[in-house]
Design a protein around this ligand. Structure first.
Ligand SMILES: [Zn+2]
Length: 459
């Protein structure tokens, strides 16, 4: 993790919408809310120049940056990193870069936020309101680093995924085609890149999708490195969009642009030699993109639960991956059985080196896009049990990736309860779940579905 190179210093998101740019000019007011980097920056105070009080509107920010000739823009999203060219190479030599790493290694949950604010379509369920709603809930429910400085850590500095990272999953022709399509999106404001979702793109989609995948890769880095010195490393959570599990190797699909979790699986194998990757996908829809990327790969075990017959209609339960279609109305009772009878024994047999989770929150009873009946408590149970599996089987190495979830309230409360599970704290689900809104689960059909999967996979 490098914040500085010999010839560069960095701009920092001040968390409150203001930005502090570190340069070589005379000192200005230092506005940094992130304690570790603040410590580092105190030592740079003589070189600090305040560029301006900038709003969270990144277009405005970019305009301001462009007028400042010594800065080079490397990424257009709200939380991007801006690098200042600096003629001196002496600044970085005495910086203590260990402070953030120590905090990461000792935390229980680490997360990256990539809200893709420019990737948005009015009235579309996969909107740019989703990630901010989660971030607000973490704050409101006192689960953010502001309240949990030693347990919860937000990694604010990470790089977009490289094109080579993406190309381990997606074809080069798709990647370059999407990049080229950005100029058309810029002219037209919004284009459709896949009709079935429908999946849209704006002028920032390409860069913001690279950043979402980069966040996942960075969390893999952090979790793996922490697991080398800590038997109980933090669990990572990539609060990112666009989501990824429908994106197929040849193109986008179902609101998804790049397969963030698939890219991270290949990254973990390639960079760390973590050969066996278990991907658990509990989104209400079948993760057909992840399925397709690894269908013939015995080292990546893809286990998906989803509502039978829902989008995109794949995942009937055949093949080298384990697909478990659930009948409409299946809910908390069902998932507890599925965990005990399918997920845990499959994971124990597979013996993964790392567990990645496609965490979709659209199986919630309140979600508008499907008709399963998960509750906040179901997500708490899944997170708690998956964390325990990772501890038993793979040194605690585990990263969650946000996929679906379109009711902002049930989405944000359920992610917050996931954080509580990962922290080892009691669930607050009874505050959010109203049993009166649930109806009886179709237990006979559930039993048949579980028995069928057990029989296909000899469990
Ligand atoms: Zn979904």
């Amino acid at each position: 993790m490098r914040y500085f190179s010999n010839k560069c210093v960095m701009a920092v998101d001040g968390n409150d919408g203001r930005w502090m740019i570190v340069g070589r000019k005379k000192a200005g007011e230092l506005i940094v809310r992130w304690p570790p980097i603040a410590k580092v920056l105190e030592r740079l105070l003589p070189y600090v120049q305040k560029v301006g009080n900038l709003s969270r509107n990144h277009h405005q920010f970019n305009r301001d940056m462009k007028s400042h000739s010594s800065f080079k823009r490397i990424c257009p999203c709200m939380r991007s990193i801006f690098i200042a060219r600096c003629s001196s190479n002496g600044i970085s030599n005495d910086l203590n870069l260990d402070v953030p790493n120590k905090l990461i290694h000792s935390a229980k949950v680490i997360y990256c936020v990539s809200a893709a604010m420019g990737h948005n379509k009015e009235a579309h369920p996969e909107s740019n309101k989703r990630v901010p709603a989660i971030v607000d809930a973490l704050d409101r429910l006192e689960l953010s680093p502001k309240y949990r400085s030693l347990q919860v850590y937000e990694i604010q500095t990470f790089q977009p995924a490289s094109l080579d990272d993406i190309a381990r999953v997606h074809s080069r022709s798709y990647i370059t085609g999407l990049e080229k399509a950005m100029s058309r999106a810029s002219d037209e404001g919004l284009i459709f890149i896949d009709g079935s979702g429908p999946t849209y793109a704006t002028e920032t989609t390409f860069q913001e999708s690279l950043l979402a995948a980069g966040a996942g890769n960075f969390l893999v880095d952090a979790v793996v490195e922490a697991s080398r010195i800590n038997q109980d490393p933090p669990v990572g959570f990539a609060l990112v969009r666009p989501p990824g599990h429908h994106a197929i190797p040849e193109g986008p699909m179902g609101f998804c642009v790049f397969g963030n979790i698939a890219v991270a699986a290949r990254y973990a194998q390639n960079k760390y030699g973590l050969k066996r990757v278990l991907i658990i996908d509990f989104d209400v829809h079948h993760g057909n993109g992840t399925n397709d990327a690894f269908y013939d790969d015995p080292d990546i075990f893809f286990l998906s639960t989803h509502q039978a017959g829902s989008y995109p209609g794949t995942g009937s339960g055949e093949g080298t991956t384990l697909n478990l279609p659930l009948p409409g109305g299946a809910g908390d009772y069902t998932m507890r059985s599925v965990f005990d009878e399918i997920i845990a024994p499959s994971a124990q047999r597979f013996k993964p080196d790392i567990i990645l989770v496609s965490a979709g929150y659209d199986a919630h009873a309140l979600d508008p896009l499907a008709s399963l009946q998960f509750t906040t408590g179901t997500y708490y149970m899944l997170a708690s049990n998956i964390k325990q599996l990772a501890k038993e089987l793979c040194g605690g190495r585990c990263v969650f990736f946000l996929e679906g979830g379109y009711n902002l309230q049930s989405l944000s409360n359920s992610v917050a309860d996931t954080f509580r599970a990962l922290l080892g704290e009691p669930s607050l689900a009874p505050q959010f779940d109203n049993p009166a809104m649930l109806y009886e689960e179709p237990l006979n059909k559930v039993k048949q579905a579980i028995e069928r999967a057990k029989s296909i996979h000899s469990l």
